[in-house]
Write a protein that binds this ligand. Sequence first.
Ligand SMILES: C[S@@+](CC[C@H](N)C(=O)[O-])C[C@H]1O[C@@H](n2cnc3c(N)ncnc32)[C@H](O)[C@@H]1O
Length: 281
Amino acid sequence: MSRSSDPSPGAGPSALDAEVVGWIKDAALGFDNQRHFRTIEDFSDVRLNPENLEYFETYRRLYYNDRFIPGQGTEAILDQLSRLGTHGRWLDLGAGTTTLLWSIPLMEIHSIDCCDLVVEALAVLARFGASEDVPPCYADVLHAHGRTPEHLHAMRRKLRRFLVFDGLSAWPEELASDRFDLITAFGVLSTAPDPEAYSTALEAAAAHLAPGGRAIGADWLRSVAFAESDEHDNSYLGRAQVLTAARRAGLRPLECSRQPIVDDPHYDAVLCWALEKPGSG
Ligand SMILES: C[S@@+](CC[C@H](N)C(=O)[O-])C[C@H]1O[C@@H](n2cnc3c(N)ncnc32)[C@H](O)[C@@H]1O
């Protein structure tokens, strides 16, 4: 993540800023993929919770708005996407508000579906997608990857469906026949409470990859202090866990590396991985 040191001009820091890490922890409680799954193409009639909306607006403003901050692991993710990202149908799992930033290094994407458990996160993403805004962080990444703002605007037009479901559980029946060439998961599998839940989530995603398709993701590893204060410890996570989960999901590891993060009170490192489903031939 590239949290900015200064909030956007005019926005001013708020008490909420300190708490926002992009994940409303209890959102999955009582959520049932078969009963509560929703596909949204137009948010105009969707009821939104103002607190959740403010939370995700704050997340977008704090983390992916002002100038790009190197050394947070984000460049490694973008680099991996530029080298190993595939073309075709893309689903971003636990999309939050950031899918379009991750789209910058990708080429020949036909359609973009975004999944999140929290509808307000997708609403903020959809609003940003409908705008022509190019925040400084996006401009920096466009420049670093030799792309123009037109590339970003073209990606905006590929946003297809916003899917509300729990990506850590068996996927909704409505998506049973959907297959994707690329499934990304940035900062979502690492919200799994334990290795078993992490492996189950990767297995569920792998079932929806087309032959030859790729899963690319990143897991932020929490500092001891943050794990204690937020009561979510993901210290079970490391290369060994990703490789074990990949084997169980039938995915071939292409890369898995640990990138240290400097000067961040929440995270010590980010684990970047790229996995491939064997082709049909
Ligand atoms: C740390 S944020 C990362 C957001 C975005 N991928 C990014 O790179 O900035 C984690 C996101 O995953 C979503 N999320 C958490 N648990 C989820 C679950 N079980 N299924 C789907 N999304 C989930 C959160 O609502 C949040 O938007």
